[in-house]
Design a protein around this ligand. Structure first.
Ligand code: IPE
Ligand code: IPE
Ligand code: MG
Length: 265
């Protein structure tokens, strides 16, 4: 969990555990498990259309997958799970698909609130919520408050999220504070920017997974994932299982994370 702006500190932490120790059998020298995993859940539409079904059927199946993956996280050592549900670019889709997706989010919140709360999952949202239906915004705030005590897993759902939009919103807010004399320009450093992003309370992701075979990041966490490992899998999101996640987590354990340093030093 390297935090932007604290590179040297995280380098020390990793150094203690041994950098550049891929495939080693010495547990002390193995990389730590990925505590923060971020997922670009892609392929719902293709999953449905390849079966001759409407795209929304794929989105519904995708939401069911979220339930299974969330439940699998604690046993895999994942403490933070951040999932991309709707991008600032996804408004380009048909009204039917956009409204259908919004209805799926509302139903997910309604149905999962009790379970998440009992299972110790803290749910947060990132993205610009001001453009969402006020009723949905209220539901989002409600479940955030209701699950705020959860300490077993931090689940963050990105809705109307775009990394560039997030950075622009953050920079506008910082510029306002500088103009008002509340903040000195010299105080604007990496740590301050990190803290003021939507993800201010979250560590940076260790690992970003994208399903469906696409090898792009589509505006997901560009600042936060600057040093993340990436895994691209051809599996479509509605087919992505807890076992697939376990395999990726196992492979991650063999990666070298150098953070600009030199292996073995
Ligand atoms: C991901 O699946 C879900 C969202 C972007 C909301 P897609 O809907 O992008 O599925 P494909 O990529 O068209 O198959
Ligand atoms: C990225 O998937 C957004 C989400 C998973 C929510 P898209 O399917 O929208 O991305 P592009 O258009 O293929 O880049
Ligand atoms: Mg897609």
């Amino acid at each position: 969990m390297a935090r932007t702006g604290r590179g040297a500190l995280s380098g020390c932490v990793w150094g203690e555990q041994g950098l550049g120790t891929g495939n080693t059998t010495d547990p002390k020298r193995r990389p730590r498990p990925a505590e923060h995993v971020a997922i670009i859940m892609d392929g719902n539409g293709r999953w449905a259309t390849s079966r001759g079904w409407p795209r929304l059927v794929g989105h519904r199946r995708g939401a069911e997958r979220v339930r299974e993956i969330v439940r699998a996280c604690p046993d895999l050592g994942i403490r933070w799970l951040t999932i991309y549900a709707f991008s600032t670019e996804n408004w380009k889709r048909s009204t039917e698909e956009v409204l259908g997706l919004m209805a799926i989010f509302a139903r997910y919140i309604e149905r999962e609130a009790d379970r998440l709360s009992v299972e110790g999952v803290r749910l947060r949202f990132i993205g610009d919520r001001t453009r969402l239906d006020p009723k949905l915004q209220k539901m989002m705030a409600g479940i955030e408050a209701r699950t705020a005590h959860g300490g077993r897993l931090n689940l963050t759902v990105a809705i109307n999220y775009g990394g560039r939009d997030e950075i622009a919103r953050t920079m506008r807010a910082i510029a306002r504070d500088v103009a008002a004399g509340l903040l000195a320009p010299e105080a604007v450093d990496e740590a301050l920017i990190s803290a003021r992003l939507d993800t201010g309370d979250l560590p940076d992701p260790d690992l970003v997974i994208r399903t469906s075979g696409e090898t792009r990041t589509s505006n997901f966490l560009p600042w936060q994932a600057a040093y993340a490992e990436y895994e691209f899998t051809p599996t479509l999101w509605p087919d992505f299982s807890a076992q697939d996640l376990a395999l990726i987590m196992g492979a991650y354990g063999n990666r070298e994370r150098r953070f600009g340093g030199v292996a073995g030093e």
